[in-house]
Ligand binder design. Structure first.
Ligand SMILES: Cc1cc2nc3c(=O)[nH]c(=O)nc-3n(C[C@H](O)[C@H](O)[C@H](O)COP(=O)(O)OP(=O)(O)OC[C@H]3O[C@@H](n4cnc5c(N)ncnc54)[C@H](O)[C@@H]3O)c2cc1C
Length: 452
């Protein structure tokens, strides 16, 4: 067996060592799983979950990124099938050339199809189209006993299907999946931008007008002072039609060529991101945004995956890494958003990537995160003094408002908090126990949060 490799999540906070294998086929994945030792086994994708979800200290990690191949588009059924280690970036490139698009994409294309299903990821269109689980038509699941289950949302073992969607890799290895797709005329989004002056006007504008757009996202300045706290840049869009494009782009409307990413510096000085540097960045970003602009054609890569333009941007937080904090609270619980914004501002916590969205219909996945309501996601340096106390306090507000944290982002919550936030946990455990009675599948996240 190979020497252990140190693995971490995108936030680089708690690396642990595991033996890593790279299966190329379902058979190789089954062979690997059969060799799992007492410290268990886990599938891993592109490691874009922020915390410890794709790590298994001392165990066997099946890096699924070589479980890949050309996506197969079926235009009649409007669906695409791909091996689970295929990246969404590759699937999107394949589809766009043929005039189709994925139903849901998270804020980066550097995730695998399997990782996206395991986290039941949401995109800028959750309020309109739900999360990716709502569009999975079929998946193949390999369990530690070597059984292969072909699962879908209708008929058969739907409990196992929904335990896998959002199940964070703890029901087996997804080796292939089929998802619905939809036709597009161009590889561009037609984007409207608005700048708002404070949190209340942001919430009001989103609540009043978001439903008119398929995609919406809002960047919030959580370091602005006084009455400007929560001022925002709101971008909302539809897929552009050919007629929406300026003449030069209209000639080749499906051209999709994301530029080569710039590399972030490999090293960042300690405390590069502090309330002054981030405050200055936020002010510059806010001021550079138009007050109101309509109908700008943006390439889909820039609109959906702006951070992918900078390779390894997670290193700017320095060697201690960073924590991503994402929660959802029901509509009507806007006071939690205000309390979090004020708590962060009061603590001088430098968050330059704070993103607010409205969520719509959930999927039935017991561990799936999205619920109707407001979701706020923000990045904070992991070595910020007082961070644990600050976030524990937010957790309590979120929980008492009937909200929850996102497991794919978490690296620090307490088990009892998460158990209370996910009332479907015991039903999920029962389904999981059917296919993994020996408890082979495990992750650092599952151990820390006592999920299994
Ligand atoms: C810049 C950035 C933006 C993001 N934006 C969003 C967003 O807008 N919305 C959102 O929902 N998420 C977002 N995320 C989070 C990301 O989409 C999820 O964490 C996703 O799960 C990462 O996929 P991955 O392939 O990197 O999986 P990994 O991080 O490697 O693994 C994540 C989980 O999936 C499991 N898994 C991976 N592959 C398989 C498989 N083949 N079979 C079974 N289980 C598997 C792992 O065991 C683990 O539990 C973002 C992340 C980044 C870095």
């Amino acid at each position: 067996m190979s020497r252990p490799t140190l693995l971490s999540g995108w936030g680089r906070t708690a690396p642990t060592a595991a033996h890593v294998v790279r299966p190329r086929t379902l058979e190789q994945a089954a062979e690997a799983l059969a060799q799992a030792g007492p410290r268990g086994a886990l599938a891993r994708g592109l490691g874009r979950s922020y915390g410890d979800a794709a790590q298994a200290a001392g165990g066997l990690v099946l890096d699924c990124t070589e479980l890949t191949g050309p996506p197969r588009l079926d235009t009649e059924r409007q669906e695409v099938t791909a091996p689970a280690g295929t990246s969404l970036e590759r699937i999107i490139a394949h589809l766009l050339r043929r005039g189709y698009f994925v139903p849901v994409t998270p804020g980066t294309g550097h995730v695998t199809l399997g990782g996206a299903i395991a986290a039941d990821v949401h995109g800028k269109n959750h309020h309109a189209d739900s999360s990716i689980g709502a569009h999975v038509r079929a998946l193949t699941l390999l369990t530690p006993a070597g059984e292969v289950h072909r699962l879908g949302p209708d008929g058969g073992d739907t409990e196992l299907f929904w335990a896998t969607v959002g199940g964070m890799g703890l029901t087996g290895v997804v080796t292939e999946a089929t998802i619905g797709v939809h036709p597009v005329e161009t590889a561009y989004a037609r984007v409207d931008t608005d700048r708002t002056r404070d949190l209340d006007s942001t919430l009001e504008l989103m609540a009043r007008t978001d439903h008119a757009y398929r995609y919406t996202v809002c960047w919030v300045d959580l370091l602005a002072r006084g009455g400007s706290l929560g001022r925002s840049v709101l971008t909302r869009a539809h897929h552009a039609r050919r007629a929406d494009l300026p003449a030069p782009q209209r000639r080749d409307p499906l051209r999709h060529r994301p530029g080569a990413p710039l590399a972030a510096p490999p090293w960042a000085p300690p405390r590069l991101l502090n309330r002054w540097t981030v405050g200055a960045f936020n002010t510059a970003y806010y001021n550079a945004a138009p007050l109101r602009r309509r109908g700008q054609a943006q390439p889909v890569s820039g609109f959906f995956h702006p951070l992918d333009a900078v390779q390894g941007w997670n290193r700017v937080y320095g060697r201690h890494g960073f924590v991503q904090y994402q929660f959802v609270v029901p509509f009507g619980e806007e006071d939690v958003l205000r309390a979090v914004a004020e708590g962060l501002a009061g603590a001088g916590a430098p968050s330059f990537l704070a993103v607010l969205k409205r969520m719509g219909e959930p999927t039935p996945g017991p561990l799936s995160f999205p619920r109707p309501g407001w979701t706020l996601a923000l990045d904070l340096p992991a070595d910020l003094p007082g961070l644990a106390r600050l976030l524990n306090g937010f957790d309590e507000r979120v929980l008492s408002a009937g909200g929850r944290l996102y497991l794919a982002k978490d690296s620090r919550a307490r088990p009892e908090t998460v158990h209370a936030m996910y009332p479907g946990l015991s039903a999920w455990r029962a389904t999981r126990a059917r296919v993994d009675p020996g408890g082979v599948l495990v992750s650092d996240l599952a151990r820390r949060l006592e999920l299994v």
